[in-house]
Design a protein around this ligand. Structure first.
Ligand code: DGI
Ligand code: FE
Ligand code: FE
Ligand code: FE
Length: 189
């Protein structure tokens, strides 16, 4: 596996300055959440750091990577290329950075859409990406206010916000985003 300091240098080269700072911030938030909820702090640190590693690559390069890594795309993924960096980022982290860990892979793979029945690490990375201190968008404060009290309620609120945002943009909803939300609601009944 790539040494942590080499990994940070690589990220700095691959990402814009803003995206690089966001990555460090997600790493730190993920470690705090892992400590709070009893998840593996080291896995949270690595997944948080690399979650957006391929984010600044363009659509053509994303599609090429999907081909190389053998990622099968569904219709929504094919038409919303912003979704691809989660899939390619997970594969890049495993194949190119040598991070051989299924939990870290899943946390990066599902960090944009979520999915039904998420693991604790998947929830932590999804939420760290959402609430890290450099994030500033409508609706983030109520999520920040509860994310250290009730992780599932914060996740539901974040998913609700994402739905509103996607509807406002007339964007397609990824099945995993829908299933993540339905699963949480079903569990609460
Ligand atoms: O990579 P980040 O900007 O840090 O954050 P992210 O990986 O959560 O990506 C957010 C983007 O993904 C945002 O532009 C909305 C988009 N997105 C999230 N869920 C869905 C989605 N886009 C579509 N079309 N459908 C979804 O379900
Ligand atoms: Fe992302
Ligand atoms: Fe997100
Ligand atoms: Fe991110």
């Amino acid at each position: 596996m790539i040494a942590q300091c080499d990994g940070i240098k690589l990220l700095e080269q691959m990402l814009s300055e803003k995206r690089f700072r966001h990555s460090l911030s997600v790493r730190d938030e993920a470690v705090r959440l892992a400590r709070r909820y009893g998840a593996d702090e080291q896995k949270a640190e690595i997944a948080g750091l690399y979650h957006d590693v391929t984010k600044d690559m363009g659509p053509a390069e994303q599609l090429k990577m999907c081909d190389e890594f053998g990622i099968m795309l569904n219709a929504v993924e094919r038409s919303s290329y912003k979704l691809l960096h989660a899939l390619t980022g997970a594969c890049y982290t495993r194949e190119r950075l040598g991070v051989d860990d299924e939990e870290i892979f899943g946390a990066i793979y599902y960090h944009t859409t979520g999915r039904a029945d998420m693991t604790l690490l998947e929830k932590i990375i999804y939420m760290a990406d959402y609430v890290e201190p450099l994030r500033d968008f409508d609706g983030v404060e109520p999520v920040r206010a509860i994310v250290y009290e009730d992780l599932d309620r914060a996740l539901l609120l974040a998913l609700d916000n994402s739905f509103f945002e996607l509807l406002g943009k007339h964007a397609q909803i990824h099945p995993n985003t829908l299933e993540a939300r339905n699963f949480l609601l079903e569990k609460r009944q």
